[in-house]
Design a protein around this ligand. Sequence first.
Ligand code: ADP
Ligand code: MG
Length: 456
Amino acid sequence: MAKAKTQFVCQNCGYVSPRFLGRCPGCGQWNTLVEERVGAEKENHKARVSFEGKRAKPQILSEVDMSEAPRIKTGLKEFNRVLGGGIVPGSLVLIGGDPGIGKSTLMLQISGQLSETKRRVLYVSGEESAAQIKMRAERLHVASENFYLFPETDMTNIQDAIKEVKPSFVIIDSIQTMQEPDIQSAVGSVAQVREVTAELMQIAKTNNITIFIVGHVTKGGAIAGPKILEHMVDTVLYFEGDLHHTYRILRAAKNRFGSTNELGIFEMRESGLREVANPSEIFLEERLKDATGSAIVVSMEGTRPILVEIQALMTPTTYGNAKRTATGLDHNRVSLIMAVLEKRANFLLQNQDAYLKAAGGVKLDEPAIDLAIAISIASSYRNIGTDPMDAFVGEIGLTGEVRRVSRIEQRVAEAQKLGFKRIYIPKNNLQGWTPPTGIKVVGVATLSDALKRVFH
Ligand SMILES: Nc1ncnc2c1ncn2[C@@H]1O[C@H](COP(=O)(O)OP(=O)(O)O)[C@@H](O)[C@H]1O
Ligand SMILES: [Mg+2]
């Protein structure tokens, strides 16, 4: 086959050049020219033809065959949940994350489990040799007859391998190492990544093959430069976590087949990723019972409540401006709550350094954590401990009111389940439901009200 011609197209104004130019003559922008295939438009208008030569045709909705539709469950329940209840056959899923976070490990484990359901899995790796993958597979106890390994980066060979093996699942590890030989741009460039993804999408949709694409996130937080892949795939999952902690969080950023609020928690072990069924326990396990500056919040991560300890340490400023640091919490949220404490509850915090932290390496970002932040600051500032069996939920407004939060029943039930004896919640959240037995529910209307009750 003759080499396809390519051209460079400005992504800003559409200017076309046969060569790469640093600056677009059309609009004057720098680095906007990206290599594309000549006639790519026309090619895209060709009918979608599967490997078996089946052509896509318009169908009446009521006659669409759904025999393949049920979701496929993997052995990792957390993974199923994040996907919205299991894998949708024929979908294209992107798994993004920092290098070393465990994307290959996760995909290898998933592949192993999928191949045990008698469906074929093709694992294409552009990063490791077959021997290296085998070594890891042995450590993770992954082995199966239906599991095919293919160390390759050339898309033409990968297409051939898919035709030959006829897998139900394909893993591409990673998109940044794959290349379309017709495109001259470097491996990992925007042009290559886009072209390869478009090709994979075509394969997935016309042959009903589920494809998982692993993508490294660059420092700026984007996958391969701009987030060019997100709109092309069905589902985008991010695998994140602190490399210094063993906990990893899988989060859906986009999902055509489910909610994006779901989140799965895993622990990285020698034998691979283990799912954490009760995340609250891990975030509370190291808590000191009689410490000051600690408050437990019931935060919602998607549809699931987790209990997290919020810690505050207030110390007098020794020189210069007061320091404010927040780890795992939004800096602005902390500043705002400190300002409300000053203005509405007469705390003198200007000459105090404040260090705040959500324990366990989680990131919390929802309004309901406000009350716990305020209580932990007050507890450290006054050097009075809080009751270790208390939990706090509530948003704080600028006038010092404690505002209603969502999903109160679930939050209270979770606190009760984990043995907490009392929970402070917004007064407006008291109506319309019956609290479970075994936990005292205290409604508070304002921040001063809450402080008075907590610290008598
Ligand atoms: N023998 C081992 N025991 C425990 N953890 C390991 C071992 N080998 C590798 N790991 C973990 O696996 C991680 C690398 O995972 P990997 O799936 O290759 O990441 P990615 O594909 O996202 O770059 C390492 O950061 C380390 O935490
Ligand atoms: Mg990897």
